[in-house]
Design a protein. Structure first.
Length: 254
């Protein structure tokens, strides 16, 4: 009888230990998750989903505030903004570099999910696509000198077109403010691209990206509107004034 009691006691203790271990692992995972996404604002936060445009696992977070600059604003001479005019739209802003090369930073905790290393139209550079949440993603195009961990994610030989590759098998996580590399911009214009896309936003009067519900044309927003107010004001002040009437960036008091 004593042996049976001991056996039952051991079984009970084993089950209790397994349950406690599962509980601790779950809470550790939650703490890790909140540590990463705690700087984001929004009412909705769901896991185990797939980004309908990027086709990678994601966390739902409809409202996101970028909290760092994506470059050094002082080194940008002017900005050609996103354009909302049908037939002549521009889904990303062009940042005209004053001189030399500029640093490129992650403006928010995010992950590099795909992109392209290309030799196209006289430019040899990288286009980088980052996911922030199921709803928000951004791109930084024409990065000429990415850091090693990004460079290693791409083939050693550039492709001769601009088609984006399928998602990486393993995304590359980056923290807000982390250096992604440097760029001298395109060979002639010496500019690079910054675009932000919200899959819950729809540009109704623009092409629908081949009829798809999601796409660069359909979902782009003014990329400076998600930056902190002080940075937003700086970049708005650099927008070429003649293009403002056609942009979704609008005006801001200087």
């Amino acid at each position: 009888m004593n042996k049976l009691k001991i056996i039952f006691l051991l079984i009970f203790l084993g089950i209790t230990a397994i349950g406690l271990s599962s509980y601790l692992m779950e809470n550790s995972s939650k703490r890790s998750f909140m540590s990463r996404y705690g700087n984001m604002s929004g009412k909705e936060l769901r896991t185990n989903e797939t980004n309908p445009y990027l086709q990678v696992p994601c966390v739902s977070m409809p409202k996101v505030q970028f909290n760092q600059d994506f470059t050094n604003a002082e080194m940008i001479s002017s900005v050609e903004p996103t354009i909302i005019t049908a037939g002549n739209s521009r889904h990303r802003a062009w940042l005209n570099i004053r001189t030399g090369k500029v640093p490129v930073y992650a403006p928010v905790d995010s992950e590099l999910v795909n992109g392209v290393y290309k030799n196209s139209r006289g430019a040899v550079d990288y286009d980088l696509h980052f996911q922030v949440s199921c709803e928000i993603w951004y791109l930084i195009n024409h990065v000429t000198e990415p850091v090693d961990k990004i460079k290693k994610a791409f083939p050693s030989v550039p492709q001769t077109d601009t088609r984006t590759k399928p998602p990486f098998a393993n995304s590359i996580k980056v923290k807000a403010g982390e250096l992604l590399g440097y760029t001298t911009g395109t060979p002639l214009a010496h500019n690079f691209d910054f675009g932000v896309f919200d899959l819950n936003h729809e540009n109704k009067d623009l092409p629908s990206d081949g009829g798809s519900k999601y796409g660069k044309e359909r979902n782009f927003i003014c990329p400076f509107d998600v930056l902190p107010p002080n940075l937003k004001k700086i970049y708005y002040s650099k927008i070429i004034e003649a293009e403002l009437p056609f942009s979704n960036c609008g005006y801001i008091s200087k």
